[in-house]
Ligand binder design. Structure first.
Ligand code: B1M
Length: 222
């Protein structure tokens, strides 16, 4: 079991989704996370062990390497893809309650803003850390966030903005959420966003990158 977990960890850390994927070169021709997850489940490794001992620690390493500029967006996307190939097989266990998630994270790019690459990376890393993701997409206004909060009242909300012009939307959305749900925590991020802006608009936390978002959320969950 240790060997299979280590192999899966390696696949996710280095972005090997399945046997046919040519990346990374050092694992060419070998099984990827898709095949290894299937074999692990068939041989009796639990979905929880796969998640907690392979996927989560591997994605944590990926997040740290990205924060330290040791890897870049393409490598992170490959890792997220490898994690996805495994997660899709674990989904039934989430639904059945065999795996407990750390919580729900509602995320969206704010109204007027169509940039979603950073938002998607954050969603993937947070999912990799064991959270359930409700991804509202791009150009998301207050009503959609409030509706999602009605369905998931204990969720943490994440807002992404890439344009200086849409930082205004971010401020409005934080304000509306806090008015209706003062206890809901709101995490913000995106290239033009800063700590000062976070304080000014009354959001709870500014994450400059996905790893910082994961660290904040995991602290909330513990
Ligand atoms: Co746009 N764009 N764009 N664009 N675009 C920028 C952002 C810009 C800086 C380019 C420039 O002028 N140098 C500029 C903004 C200037 C400003 O306001 N300060 C700009 C502009 C002006 C525009 C348009 C207005 C252009 C036009 O049409 N005249 C237009 C706006 C459309 C709209 O949104 N309404 C526009 C359109 C587009 C495309 C559609 C073509 C495309 C987006 C495609 C897509 O996302 N699916 C695009 C792109 C790709 C960019 C650049 C080149 C790259 C953005 C990106 O994906 N970066 C960008 C210039 C640049 O950054 N070099 C630019 C990679 C991504 C991983 O980083 O999103 O910062 P980022 O996410 C990071 C962190 O910020 C953080 O984690 C991520 C990983 O570290 N993070 C969070 C992000 N969200 C977070 C949320 C969190 C926590 C952390 O918690 C919730």
């Amino acid at each position: 079991m240790k060997e299979i977990i280590e192999k899966l960890h390696e696949c996710v850390e280095f972005g090997k989704a399945d046997k046919n994927s040519p990346y990374p070169p050092q694992l060419r021709g070998q099984d990827g996370s898709h095949e290894i997850t299937k074999a692990a489940l068939e041989s009796g490794v639990s979905a929880r062990e796969i998640l907690e001992e392979a996927l989560v620690p591997a994605m944590e390493k990926v997040g740290i390497k990205f924060s330290e500029n040791k890897i870049f967006v393409p490598q992170m996307l490959m890792s997220a893809r490898a994690m996805g190939a495994s997660m899709v097989q674990l989904k039934p266990y989430f639904a059945s309650g065999d795996i407990k998630t750390k919580g729900t994270f509602i995320i969206g790019t704010v109204k007027g803003d169509l940039h979603d690459i950073g938002k998607n990376l954050v969603a993937m890393m947070v999912e990799g850390a064991g959270w359930t993701i409700v991804d509202l997409g791009v150009d998301v206004g207050t009503e959609k966030f409030l509706k999602a909060l009605e369905e998931h009242p204990d969720a943490v909300v994440g807002l992404s903005a890439l344009l200086t012009t849409t930082m205004v939307s971010m401020e409005e959305i934080v304000d509306d959420i806090k008015k209706q749900n003062p206890e809901v925590k709101v995490l913000i991020g995106g290239a033009p966003v800063t700590d000062d802006f976070c304080i000014k608009i009354g959001a709870d936390f500014y994450a400059p990158d996905p790893q910082k978002a994961v660290e904040y959320l995991n602290k909330k969950a513990s």
